[in-house]
Design a protein around this ligand. Structure first.
Ligand code: MG
Ligand code: ZN
Length: 384
């Protein structure tokens, strides 16, 4: 009896110690992620503020998912004082609330930006009655412009999906993939291959895309060589990995898309999403946020470089919502150190910044609804 009891106590104590150790390790790993301890800074170019036209021929919309002002400032600090983003002299704020929730998700947030209509959380370019809403990408296509979508998540994920698909729920990835074939989009680059080729209905959507005249690629080394035509690049089964795995995929994909789309004489509409800033916020990870914020700023650099040379391109940079309630609680600018705390693992309700560069940029000054961002872009690009 005594023997059994001591074994029981021994097992119990051993269990308790391992449990306490695991909890301690998790907590300390999470604490470590809250401090970005600096890295190589990159040079930030200054671009012209003189443009050829009053109205844009092209629009490049850059969405940093979960990118609030704190995420932006974490990037400024980590890059030792400056970002490409600072070339934008016209700055405003967007109220992000959805039709049914004070705190939006990326589907309703994306739909507000893509269609100018507020809807319920989870909706992909459909209204409260689940009726399809025309997106700015679809309207641009109808007007003969070239169009493209690029993201560092699955291309079927909520943000890019809300520019091209119409589905009652964001989780309907295979239905969303099918919607890509109902359009004439010229370029799309991201993850989400499984949703096109490993489907419940056994239909191979990549074969169908090739039949429709698209070039299909899975490797960024091939993607970056493409200069014209229609291009589909699905570079991962689902989501591209973190920056350490995916490398410069997003800036390279952006540059490739701009190269291809700018061949169209009538102009183009391109949306690029820095998808994973949001995931860093959900993980309370300053390291993750900073990595993806700086990657997104390099995308901004590519867009601004083209716009500065072209003189007829408007670049609009904004977010769908903030994630994590990120608060910067410490840092050293000259060393690029950033420390932050997070009161939530979810999204927050706060306004997000809008930065604009190029013809029409002054329209984006002030406080506006997320739907106004769509309305202004559409009237500048298509005149209605
Ligand atoms: Mg997203
Ligand atoms: Zn999120």
């Amino acid at each position: 009896m005594v023997h059994k009891l001591s074994i029981l106590i021994l097992v119990f104590c051993f269990g308790l110690t391992t449990f306490a150790q695991d909890a301690y390790m998790d907590a300390s790993a999470e604490e470590k992620e809250k401090t970005y301890s600096g890295g190589e800074a990159y040079d930030v170019k200054t671009f012209t503020q003189e443009f050829k036209s009053e109205k844009p021929k092209n629009i490049i919309l850059l969405i940093g998912d979960g990118m609030g002002i704190t995420q932006v400032f974490s990037g400024i600090t980590a890059n030792k004082g400056h970002l490409f983003l600072e070339n934008c002299k016209h700055i405003g704020f967007s109220k992000t609330q959805s039709a049914d929730k004070f705190i939006t998700d990326s589907a309703a947030g994306g739909t507000a930006l893509s269609t100018g209509t507020r809807t319920y959380n989870g909706a992909i370019a459909v209204d409260m009655d689940k009726k399809p809403l025309k997106t700015i990408l679809e309207a641009a296509e109808e007007n003969g412009l070239a169009t493209g979508l690029v993201s560092s998540s699955a291309i079927t994920h909520a943000t890019p999906a809300s520019f091209i698909a119409h589905q009652p729920q964001r989780s309907m990835y295979e239905e969303i993939a099918s919607d890509f074939l109902k359009t004439d989009i010229d370029v799309f680059i991201g993850g989400g291959r499984d949703h096109f080729i490993a489907r419940k209905d056994n239909v191979n959507l990549v074969d169908k895309l090739i039949e429709k005249g698209y070039r299909y690629e899975e490797d960024m080394n091939n993607v970056k060589k493409v200069k014209k035509g229609k291009l589909v690049a699905l570079i991962d089964d689902v989501h591209p990995g973190r920056l350490s795995e995916r490398g410069d995929m997003l800036p390279v994909a952006t540059k490739t898309a701009i190269n291809i789309l700018s061949k169209n004489d009538k102009g183009f509409f391109l949306m690029v999403e820095g998808s994973q800033i949001d995931w860093g916020g959900h993980a309370s990870s300053t390291i993750y946020i900073v990595e993806d914020m700086l990657d997104f700023d390099k995308v901004i650099g590519k867009a601004l470089e083209f716009a500065a040379k072209d003189g007829e391109t408007l670049v609009v940079i904004t977010a769908d919502h903030e994630t994590g309630g990120m608060a910067i609680t410490g840092g050293v600018t000259k060393e690029g150190i950033v420390k932050a705390e997070y009161p939530t693992k979810g999204h927050t309700a706060v306004m997000v910044p809008i930065f604009a560069y190029g013809p029409g940029a002054k329209e984006f000054i002030g406080i506006m609804d997320n739907t106004d961002v769509h309305d202004k872009m559409k009237s500048l690009l298509l005149g209605n």
